[in-house]
Design a protein around this ligand. Structure first.
Ligand SMILES: Cc1cc2nc3c(=O)[nH]c(=O)nc-3n(C[C@H](O)[C@H](O)[C@H](O)COP(=O)(O)OP(=O)(O)OC[C@H]3O[C@@H](n4cnc5c(N)ncnc54)[C@H](O)[C@@H]3O)c2cc1C
Length: 301
């Protein structure tokens, strides 16, 4: 992670100056506030601000005048009920603002999640740093032969070295040319908004990303999942750790119902009922396609 000593000093300064407040604070989240969690080789996620905690979800659900907390057990039960029944608006009462540093190709996937507010570092105005994502050897995988949208075994030996060399050399050469083009050495220099177009998609960008808890959990459901690309998944995993400290009851319910749970079609449910009665159910007599059956068997383990 590349935080300059000045940036780290600013963060340390903020962490050293607590403010008295009447607002609810989440002890678990206070521990994360402002600090950067390293992700990939130069990236990070850090909490810049947040609103609400588990009690705020209950407070909204009960539309209460006070804290909204009846008892810890009661709150957890209510949150589980809300999660189970897709009563989602109380979760929207909690918000988080993150500062994320990420490669551009990860940002392209991330930005598809439209239910957030974003402000990105301007490469029209500022000069991008010489920072490119170069995968660690274990993440340098071959194209999957079974999944067109996935990767297989890690490359090894000479092939891995050649690929890493291409990635590094191409990035460095592109950046040298970028620097040369914007150089104002006695001349005008090419506009930054144009010079950036030769930079590869593994260059790092940064943004502030603000989202409510309901939409954040939707993002995490999709991006902390095994089907998501590794490079966005590691960001989602880092955010999961933060969320589990911020709103532990909501996160536990999310893990249980969304991450660990599964949705079954009425055909699949019918098969489960037939199995429970002792009937031998196969793909052929299930009413499901081969793909559906494969996923169904996967869910049942
Ligand atoms: C594993 C994986 C593979 C993917 N592959 C591809 C791919 O090959 N190509 C590709 O283009 N994308 C791909 N995506 C992106 C995916 O299709 C979604 O665009 C992305 O996950 C954002 O999801 P979302 O729209 O639900 O989220 P958000 O934009 O946060 O929206 C949340 C919810 O709000 C509602 N909503 C938001 N905006 C609208 C709207 N304008 N109209 C109606 N409802 C709205 C929807 O219910 C939506 O589910 C992939 C995603 C994943 C996780």
């Amino acid at each position: 992670m590349t935080l300059s000593p000045e940036q780290q000093a600013e963060i340390d300064d903020l962490r050293a100056s607590p403010q008295p407040t009447l607002r609810t604070v989440s002890e678990g989240m206070e521990k994360h506030l402002y600090s950067a969690v390293p992700v990939l080789d130069h990236g990070f996620v850090r909490v810049v601000d947040y609103m609400g905690d588990d009690a705020a979800i209950c407070q909204a659900a009960r539309v209460s005048y006070g804290k909204g907390t009846k008892s810890v057990q009661n709150d957890e039960g209510l949150i589980r009920y809300l999660m189970r029944h897709w009563h989602s608006t109380p979760f929207e009462m909690c918000e988080v603002k993150l500062h994320v540093k990420l490669p551009v190709f990860v940002a392209r996937q991330w930005i598809r999640h439209r239910t957030a507010n974003v402000n990105e570092y301007s490469a029209r105005y500022s000069i991008l740093d010489r920072e490119f994502y170069i995968p660690a050897p274990e993440a340098l995988a071959a194209q999957s032969v079974v999944n067109n949208q996935g990767r297989g075994e890690a490359l090894e030996g000479e092939e891995a070295e050649r690929v890493l060399r291409y990635l590094r050399d191409d990035a460095m050469r592109a950046y040298d040319h970028y620097e040369e083009m914007i150089s104002q050495d006695g001349q005008q220099g090419l506009a930054r908004e144009l010079a950036r177009m030769n930079l590869p998609a593994n260059v790092y960008t940064q943004w502030y990303w603000k989202v409510d808890l309901h939409n954040l959990l939707h993002f995490l459901r999709l991006r902390a999942d095994a089907h998501a690309q590794y490079e966005i998944r590691v960001y989602a995993d880092a955010i999961c750790d933060i969320v589990s400290d911020w709103v532990p009851f909501a996160y536990k319910a999310f893990e249980d119902y969304r991450m660990g749970g599964a949705t079954l079609s009425s055909t699949a449910l019918d098969c489960v009922r037939r199995m429970l009665k002792g009937e031998e159910v196969t793909q052929e007599n299930s009413g499901m396609s081969k793909g559906e059956w494969r996923e169904f068997v996967g869910v049942l383990g």
